[in-house]
Design a protein around this ligand. Structure first.
Ligand code: MN
Length: 183
């Protein structure tokens, strides 16, 4: 059996049996963390231990709260940011976004605008009223690029606005710009 380990501690195992074929086992720990977080959110359980552990480790590039109700986007954006050295905390509605901002004090927030319970615009307004998150950089994400969206997001208190499907490269560049500008 061949085992390859990547930088994140993940691994790929390849097992070949003559006449049967090959079997590949892929372990991606950081993606499991995201899925575990998501499951806890959906079941209303307390955050899993893996997240607490991730938070206690010093983040190389900072912690990002990803507030997004679409699981495919959570995984795509979340794993991309993790691969760029960020700690990612997730929330699937506006109320969770506020709770988790208070609990984990992220360096930056990505806020989907269309979310259940409390939409992203209202979540941003509430975060701006709280001194602890009044100056945290926020990037608003919206699915439908409607005229006036940008203005609405900036007026609510977002620093930047990107429409989905978002270019991951542009997203990371925008994050670096905002984090760099803050320092
Ligand atoms: Mn949404």
């Amino acid at each position: 059996m061949q085992k390859l380990t990547d930088l994140h501690g993940g691994s790929v195992e390849a097992e070949s049996k003559p006449g049967i074929g090959s079997r590949f086992t892929v372990n991606i720990p950081w993606r499991r963390d995201l899925v575990a977080q998501q499951e806890a959110i959906e079941m209303g359980s307390p955050l899993p231990v893996v997240e607490a552990k991730a938070i206690s480790q010093s983040a190389q590039r900072g912690r990002i709260l990803l507030a997004e109700d679409n699981m495919a986007n959570v995984l795509t954006i979340g794993e991309y940011l993790e691969s760029h050295g960020f700690d990612v905390v997730t929330a699937t509605d506006g109320l969770q976004a506020i709770e988790r901002t208070e609990a984990t004090e992220p360096e930056l927030i990505l806020m989907d605008i269309q979310m259940p319970a409390l939409d992203g615009l209202e979540a941003i307004r509430r975060l701006r009223k709280d001194p602890r998150s009044a100056s945290t950089p926020i990037i608003a994400l919206t699915t439908l690029a409607m005229p006036g969206d940008r203005e609405r997001c900036l007026e609510a208190g977002a620093d930047e606005y990107l429409s989905k499907p978002v270019s991951l490269k542009i997203l990371v560049e925008t994050i670096h710009q905002l984090l760099g500008a803050k320092k």
